[in-house]
Ligand binder design. Structure first.
Ligand code: UD1
Ligand code: MG
Length: 451
């Protein structure tokens, strides 16, 4: 059966105390909304609709950046969750499969859980995702009768006896699209909040000769983000899960609690990650690499056996080949570092190609930016770049070429050549002694005057 996702993301999220719409706050380098979309993506949905309201344009843009086929439905007034789902109807015109409703501020529903709901749907018309809450608080309560879900009662409308129920509503719903919209049409707003409750579709299902059930998941999956404190908790939850997965996958971390991953970090087996390493989005590390302490990586690829850091910074477009070394205080951006090449100390390599086996001396800088345009530096294989060379791009240093320390290289260096681009040194015998005597006398005279 084909599926469609409806992600509710119209709420204001005023408790975030933010100019940014709530669902765009990030966990592990991705907006909350993207986490929700990713959970649903495992079903390979035929259609995806995001219902936007507050900050709608911004939310729509973020959703389309994630997947440009996402459809946007607008809810201009937030009249309740059923009203929000109703806005997705035109986008699902002609769709005959199951619709799954997710919340944009609930990032951790697992793909397995959604899969289970879709399976339960074959026996029931409406499937709700519930969880046993440690503290049921103000969640909607699931009123069960055996495996039948009779109705959901919102906390505000519940009796004392109903409030004692600990099985709560997560908000995730699965129903055949046409059934969902048919039931939503019947939802009224005669309740304690004066809102159109999506939860009312359960009672209405039975009233119209249909059936409903609940699937349950761990409470940790249903965690919603309403405040900055909950955002920090969600980050912590994500990180601890990701660290455990990395350890399971054969990655060594001496202090896993100090390593931070992004939502999409991929690390190969037998890689070692030392303490205090941060991964931004879009990083892949192959097997058997070493990421040493205090390094920051984003948008880059590290190949097998490479050694990064300590204190290295790999920025977007850094491509580190096998067994290359990127050492302390070295920054690499949009550059290919060839196999076994080394840049071990205090260097900036931006917009460059560095050949196999080349050694980049301490303090080398690719001067890639003239204030208006970026330019490329190309260094061949087995070259030797002397310490503190300034490579003024665009420039090419050939295979097996060398540059003298402190050179400012402004023109291409052919294969095997030595480039010396620095002022000629002049030694003046005894001049230092004379100069020091003169300065000493000057200082003594000045002291006398002030006394
Ligand atoms: C809802 C459920 C409750 C459940 C809880 C789980 C209803 C009536 N209640 O309550 O049973 O236990 O979630 O967290 O569904 N939204 C819109 N447009 C609206 C209203 C809401 O897009 O008009 C979005 C919100 O941005 C949010 C989600 O829907 O992402 C849920 O809305 P919220 O107001 O948080 O519902 P709750 O009162 O928490
Ligand atoms: Mg809520």
């Amino acid at each position: 059966m084909s599926t469609a996702l409806i992600v509710l993301a119209a709420g204001q999220g005023s408790r975030m105390n933010s100019d940014l719409p709530k669902v765009l706050h990030q966990v592990a380098g991705a907006p909350l909304l993207v986490h929700a979309m990713k959970s649903g993506a495992a079903l390979a949905p035929e259609r995806q609709v995001v219902v936007v309201g507050h900050g709608g344009a911004q939310v729509a843009e973020a959703a389309r950046r994630w997947d440009d086929e996402i459809q946007i439905a607008e809810q201009t007034e937030q009249l309740g969750t059923a009203h929000a789902v109703a806005q997705a109807r035109p986008a699902l015109e002609g769709f005959t499969g199951d619709a799954i409703v997710l919340y944009g501020d609930t990032p951790f529903i697992s793909p397995d859980t959604i899969e289970q709901m879709v399976q339960a749907r074959s026996a029931h018309d409406v499937v709700i995702l519930g969880f046993e809450a440690a503290d049921p608080g103000r969640y909607g309560r699931l009123v069960m009768n055996g495996d039948k879900l009779e109705r959901i009662v919102e906390f505000k409308d519940a009796t004392e006896a109903e409030r004692a129920i600990t099985l709560c509503n997560s908000g995730v719903v699965c129903a055949k699209a046409e059934v969902l919209f048919d039931l939503i049409d019947k939802v009224g707003n005669d309740n304690a909040s004066g809102e159109y409750y999506l939860t009312d579709i359960v009672g209405l299902a039975w009233d119209t000769g249909r059936s409903a059930t609940a699937v349950t998941c761990a409470e940790s999956e249903t965690m919603g983000v309403n405040t900055r404190a909950q955002l920090a908790e969600a980050e912590a939850e994500f990180q601890s899960k990701m660290r455990a997965e990395m350890l399971d996958n054969g990655i060594t971390m001496t202090a896993p609690e100090t390593v931070f991953f992004a939502h999409d970090t991929i690390v190969g087996r037998d890689t070692i990650i030392e303490p205090n390493v941060v991964f931004g989005p879009e990083v892949t590390v192959e097997s058997g690499a070493t990421i040493r302490a205090f390094s920051h990586l984003e948008g880059c690829h590290v190949s097998r056996g490479a050694i990064i850091g300590p204190y290295a910074r790999l920025r977007p477009g850094a491509e580190i080949s096998e067994h290359a070394h990127i050492g302390n205080f070295v920054e690499v951006k949009n550059a290919m570092i060839g196999e076994g090449a080394k840049a071990n100390h205090l260097t900036y390599i931006g917009d460059a190609t560095i050949g196999k086996g080349t050694n980049i001396g301490a303090g080398t800088i690719t001067c890639n930016y003239d204030g208006f345009f970026k330019h490329h530096t190309e260094i061949g294989e087995n070259a030797f770049i002397g310490s503190s060379t300034m490579l003024v791009a665009p420039v090419r240093v050939g295979h097996g070429a060398m540059t003298g320390s402190g050179s400012v290289v402004t023109t291409d260096v052919e294969d095997g050549a030595l480039a010396l681009g620095r002022a000629k040194q002049v030694n003046k015998p005894k001049m230092a002694f004379k100069l020091m005597d003169m300065l000493r006398a000057k200082k003594a005279a000045a002291k006398k005057e002030t006394n």
